[in-house]
Ligand binder design. Structure first.
Ligand code: HH2
Length: 273
């Protein structure tokens, strides 16, 4: 089976990759069913972009975007809600979501009291300004300590399912992202289940653009890079990847296999014999 895949479904006009594609409710629900068919384990429904520079969305608008989609998909698959707002998380849970993906690390008490899973993600600053001047002493140690402290606090608050996520691209330069990805085994060794979301992010466009001299490549040209990073993560024991391209991520998870792909990556019997 391998690592789990969390499919990304942004019901927003402005998300950096799928913005505007699923703002229409029917289109969002159809995409959700497509991701189910592609093998997603969880669908992460968001009603507010948190891309660099994004402004906050009013809670009522976010609820109106997210709730009907959660309601339609929750009978068919596990749904998580990607939000920073208690009001939105509560409404999504009432509609069937069983996980809170909280980039602001403020909703642990709520997740505990409603008995749902909780994701602790690291972010330096706020989306509106986080990419202006990200700065760390030792990025890996600082992000890992942040994740573990918040995960402990969430557990102390009563959460029984807590994930940690280094927050690729959230107040981080390309060098910071690469340092974190290079040390995922330290996150895995913490004992908390690790989620990584690098899908189609800008640093991939920078790395690809640099190598062929054409500048930063756009989100739709970052699919293979996303699968590469997801595979890397799974091979280092990451237990869930957040992905726009669900089919590709599911295939990667199947190839890497059950044991987190501890090297060497497993081979099917017929290939290894
Ligand atoms: N990345 C994004 C949003 N939510 N949650 C977790 N746990 N980890 C991530 O890396 C993460 C996240 C940003 O990606 P996306 O949802 O595609 O874009 P946008 O914020 O523009 O809607």
């Amino acid at each position: 089976m391998g690592a789990r895949v969390m499919g990304i479904l942004n019901v927003t006009p402005d998300s950096f990759s799928d913005g505007g594609r699923y703002l229409d409710r029917a289109a969002a629900i159809a995409r959700g069913h497509q991701m189910i068919a592609e093998g997603a384990d969880v669908i992460d429904v968001g009603g507010e972009s948190t891309r660099p520079g994004a402004a906050e969305v009013d809670a009522a608008l976010e609820v109106a975007r997210v709730v009907p989609v959660v309601e339609a998909l929750a009978p068919h698959i596990r749904v998580s809600v990607d939000t920073r707002k208690a009001e939105v998380a509560e409404a999504a849970i009432a509609a069937g979501a069983t996980m809170v993906n909280d980039i602001s690390t403020t909703l642990a008490d709520l997740a505990a009291s409603l008995g749902v899973g909780y994701v602790v993600m690291h972010m330096q600053g706020e989306p509106a300004t986080m990419q202006e001047a990200p700065s760390y002493g030792d990025v890996v140690t600082e992000v890992l300590e942040f994740c573990c402290e918040h995960a402990e606090a969430a557990r102390a608050a009563g959460c029984t399912e807590v994930w940690i996520d280094p927050g690729i691209g959230f107040g981080k330069t390309t060098a910071h992202n690469l340092a974190l990805l290079g040390c995922l085994d330290r996150f895995v060794s913490s004992g908390w289940p690790v989620l990584v979301g690098a899908s189609r992010k800008r640093f991939l466009g920078e790395l690809l653009g640099r190598s062929d001299g054409t500048g930063i490549v756009g989100p739709s040209d970052r699919v293979e890079g996303s699968v590469t990073v997801a595979t890397w993560g799974m091979a280092h024991g990451v237990q869930m990847v957040r992905a726009h391209d669900v089919r590709a991520a599911v295939h990667a998870a199947r190839i890497v296999g059950d044991d987190g792909g501890r090297p060497p990556v497993r081979l099917p019997a017929e290939v290894s014999s």
